[in-house]
Write a new protein. Structure first.
Lengths: 395, 218
């Protein structure tokens, strides 16, 4: 190396030796959880997509010509037979940005985050992040041609799952945080639209509604749903509840009951009129992880006895071969007391019991959920092997 | 006669790794098979690499830092899933290279949006960005030089910048650098020489421009 270059090399080495300030444990844990969730989500999306294949150029030409002719025929046929399905799947875009105000970001897999702009076309798996004071309006191209209003401080991912053979088509929105308001026309048979939150899946049957998640933390959210008009299906931890006008559901109580408004008192957009159904999925402000002692102390003030009762009852029922009841008790414990010291044990018992009952797929799913929530949990190796075994079986 | 070694010298307690889990091969196999349960493991394994590389190349954690961490992880997963990572270097080195490219694009993108790197920026204008008890002025100057270095790297060709960073900043040897950049050792050596020359020339030009500007203001 020439001496002339020494300064450049020294600067590079200096850069490589820069100390990186540590984050607080809470922020580190939150970031770890967010990244793990993002990677898992990406892997799931990849799992749903066919693996990319590279074809020779000559073959590509022939395939393109063939595809064009077949596509024209199929397109014309589908347009004549079922215009809504053909129209929805002709393009890969699942939505269009109608308007944007303030700073909103589009995060597309494999690309750098970029500013969201009006008239931009959005594809499946795109993620939107609105900053403080920002708002965006989207028009979905799929089910119901829904209009989506994205409020500030929201993280939303768009997904679409078309199944042409069965003439079914499902859009869903992964709402990680924030508030979205949807206006949906009556859906034709075979079309579906859902909003997935950390706690529940809210399935639309033609209505106008809002969904809000204030923060996402490991087992730290509570979902509340209130309907004034229309029909909404809520699926949470395997339990399905249909809500009609005036009914209210919360993941804490898990039973529908009359309620005039969302439990959180969250401010809903003014365009959600009284004639529309309203669904608010809210969660309490995020509580940063605290020490086990603090957990125990908090629990002992009020609910520890009930947590213990649910847990021991579940174990007793499992021992008595009442697996469905035991699973239900554990689910209730997790739902009602997500910060309980017993929540992790309950999650572990659930995937063990599901495995014991012969439901390997559900057990693997539960194991993955456990890994996502407790990446360093005491049963992580057991959960990983369970998830991997299920994966190998499916292959 | 051989003296027996006292037990308290021969044996010592070795702390087991906090997360003894999948090895690299098992992790890569799981990711290649799109196992949606391995995100936490990957993040646990590579978070310090990704975060550290971004911090060093960008010079701090700005508001979009977590977004860039996420983009880097997504790129790492995609590269593994598409079979681009052949295991010829360590997973950490591979992750560093990918993260560096993410950081480089972020620098270019930021520069396009706002003039972060202003050639006329005075040392004093940087403010107290480095806490140094001994010679704050020298540290500020050093910090300014690193900012300029980041700017120069973003101006250079990707191949040269990547080779320089892998070899001179991250400390990879020539063979490992060659594997990561996908070139022969000879070609990598050539890139390294050209990269250093290019960078040195830019630093000198920068210095001359600053001197001229200082003279003009007087």
């Amino acid at each position: 190396m020439k001496n002339d270059d020494q300064e450049a090399v020294d600067l590079l080495r200096q850069m490589g030796r820069l100390g990186v300030p540590l984050l607080t444990p809470e922020r580190e844990a939150a970031r770890h959880e967010r990244m793990a969730s993002s990677v898992n989500s990406l892997l799931q999306r990849l799992d749903a997509e066919p693996a990319p294949r590279r074809l020779p150029v000559r073959t590509l030409g022939a395939v393109a010509a063939l595809a064009a002719s077949v596509g024209l025929w199929v397109g014309a046929h589908e347009l004549l037979r079922a215009p809504h399905v053909a129209g929805a799947t002709a393009a890969s875009e699942v939505a269009r940005v109608v308007s944007v105000s303030g700073g909103a970001t589009l995060v597309r897999v494999g690309s750098m985050p970029s500013a969201l702009i009006a008239d931009q076309l959005l594809s499946a798996a795109d993620e939107l992040r609105s900053g403080t004071g920002a708002r965006a309006a989207l028009a979905l191209s799929g089910a119901g041609k829904a209009k989506v209003e994205v409020a500030e401080d929201t993280r939303l991912r768009l997904n679409q799952h078309p199944v042409l053979a069965a003439s079914t088509h499902e859009d869903w929105l992964d709402l990680e945080q924030g508030l979205v308001t949807l206006q949906v026309a009556k859906l034709a048979p075979g079309l579906g639209l859902a909003v997935q939150t950390p706690d529940a899946r809210v399935i639309v049957h033609g209505t106008r509604f809002s969904v809000q998640v204030s923060q996402r933390a490991p087992s730290g959210t509570v979902t509340s749903v209130a309907v004034t008009e229309g029909r909404v299906e809520v699926d949470s931890l395997g339990r399905v509840v249909f809500l009609g006008p005036g009914e209210h559901w919360s993941s804490q109580s898990a039973t529908p009951k009359p309620a005039p408004a969302p439990a959180s008192g969250a401010e809903l957009p003014p365009n959600v009129g009284p004639a529309a159904a309203r669904v608010a999925v809210v969660s309490p402000p995020r509580t940063l992880p605290t020490s086990p002692a603090a957990h125990a102390a908090r629990g002992s003030q009020s609910t520890l006895a009930e947590e213990n009762r649910l847990y021991t009852q579940a174990l007793a029922r499992a021992g008595g071969a009442e697996l469905p009841s035991a699973l239900s008790d554990l689910a209730t414990l997790i739902q009602r007391y997500p910060r309980s010291p017993l929540a992790q044990n309950a999650r572990v018992e659930r995937f063990r019991l599901l495995q014991q009952s012969g439901n390997g797929v559900a057990a693997a799913e539960e194991a993955r959920r456990y890994l996502s929530e407790y990446p360093s949990g005491f049963a992580r190796n057991e959960a990983r092997s369970l998830a991997l075994v299920d994966l190998k079986k499916s292959e | 006669m051989v003296q027996p070694i006292p037990l308290n010298r021969a044996l010592r307690v070795v702390k087991a790794p906090a997360h003894a889990s999948l090895d690299d091969d098992a992790l890569l196999a799981g990711l290649a098979n799109r196992d949606p349960a391995l995100g936490a493991e990957l993040c646990h394994r590579l978070m310090h690499v990704v975060d550290g590389t971004l911090y060093r190349v960008l010079g701090g954690r700005e508001s979009d830092h977590d977004d860039l961490v996420q983009v880097a992880f997504e790129q790492i997963v995609l590269s593994i899933q598409r079979g681009k990572f052949a295991g010829e270097c360590s997973l950490a080195t591979w992750a560093s290279a990918i993260t560096f490219n993410v950081a480089l694009r972020a620098i270019r993108s930021r520069r396009a949006e706002r003039k972060v790197f202003d050639a006329s920026k005075d040392v004093e204008a940087l403010g107290a960005r480095v806490s140094g008890p001994r010679d704050p002025e020298a540290q500020l100057s050093s910090r300014n030089e690193l900012d300029r270095l980041r700017h120069h790297l973003s101006q250079m060709s990707d191949k040269l910048a990547e080779t320089l960073v892998l070899h001179d900043m991250l400390g990879c040897d020539l063979a490992e650098t060659a594997k990561v950049v996908g070139a022969s050792v000879a070609a990598t050596q050539s890139r390294l020489v050209r990269g250093r020359k290019d960078l040195t020339a830019r630093i000198q030009q920068d210095r001359e421009a600053a001197l001229q500007q200082r003279g003009a203001t007087r």
